[in-house]
Design a protein around this ligand. Structure first.
Ligand SMILES: CC(C)(COP(=O)(O)OP(=O)(O)OC[C@H]1O[C@@H](n2cnc3c(N)ncnc32)[C@H](O)[C@@H]1OP(=O)(O)O)[C@@H](O)C(=O)NCCC(=O)NCCS
Length: 217
């Protein structure tokens, strides 16, 4: 996986260190930070599964080979629910998108294991102050409660460091795991939108779930 693609990335915008203000830069830039659980039953889950060891940090160029290997190992898990980058070009696009003012991407690590990805997409400021969540676990780390921890950490940052008012999650109707995860975190189902999002080249129906800052613990 190592190669010139990793050593000589295409030109892109500079790393975001201050776009979200000093507080945001301090919390999510550079090094990893351990996150704490949110949601209705977080304490029980945290205590029962060792989730206090999940760390969130922005993607780095040298995470690319690990990320792409994790995606390749997770094809069945990701199925038709998400379309993560599958090659160097796609990873570099994720990397540069994560440095834009309207995106924030976090890789979730547990020690040296990359357990998942959570992103705040399409961050809109002004009077909306909202973003759309993207997330996926990596096999074999799914189903252990670690994505709940990762999402809790990112949602907490959305309402503090990113100063957002609303976070939404758009979920395909038969994505049982994703809906259980989001519902357990306290999101409300707001509605249903036919052909809302294009996933793997197809416009797919989605349920719209959302959480407001004043609904978050
Ligand atoms: C959705 C996804 C991120 C959940 O990750 P996960 O690692 O299973 O999540 P967690 O282990 O933190 O579990 C969180 C909750 O999900 C639900 N869940 C987990 N596995 C489940 C399963 N096999 N069936 C039903 N619900 C399940 C449970 O409600 C669980 O809460 P619990 O603590 O009460 O058991 C993961 O399944 C995934 O990556 N799916 C493919 C990508 C995807 O669908 N992304 C979301 C697009 S909207």
């Amino acid at each position: 996986m190592e190669g010139p693609g990793w050593r000589h990335p295409p030109a892109g915008p500079p790393a975001r260190t201050d776009a979200r203000g000093p507080q945001a830069a301090g919390r999510s830039g550079g090094g990893p930070s351990t996150v704490h659980a949110g949601g209705r039953t977080s304490r029980r889950r945290l205590a029962s599964s060792g989730m206090d060891r999940i760390q969130l940090r922005p993607p780095r160029e040298h995470d690319g080979p690990t990320f792409l290997a994790a995606v390749a190992a997770s094809r069945d898990l990701h199925a038709s629910w998400v379309s993560p980058p599958v090659d160097v070009e796609g990873y570099m696009a994720l990397l540069f998108r994560s440095r834009r003012r309207d995106h924030a991407t976090y890789l979730a690590w547990r020690d040296d294991d990359l357990v998942g990805m959570v992103s705040l997409n399409d961050i809109v400021r002004s009077n909306l102050a909202s973003a759309s969540l993207g997330y996926y676990a990596f096999a074999p780390f799914a189903g252990r409660g670690w994505m709940r921890q990762a999402l809790s950490g990112v949602i907490g940052r959305a309402f503090t460091a990113h100063d957002l008012h609303r976070v939404e999650a758009n979920i395909q109707p038969d994505n049982v795991r994703s809906r259980a995860l989001i519902e357990g975190l306290g999101f409300r189902r707001e509605g249903y939108s036919p052909r809302l999002l294009r996933v793997r080249g197809e416009w797919r129906d989605h349920e719209r779930w959302a959480l407001l800052a004043d609904e978050w613990p």
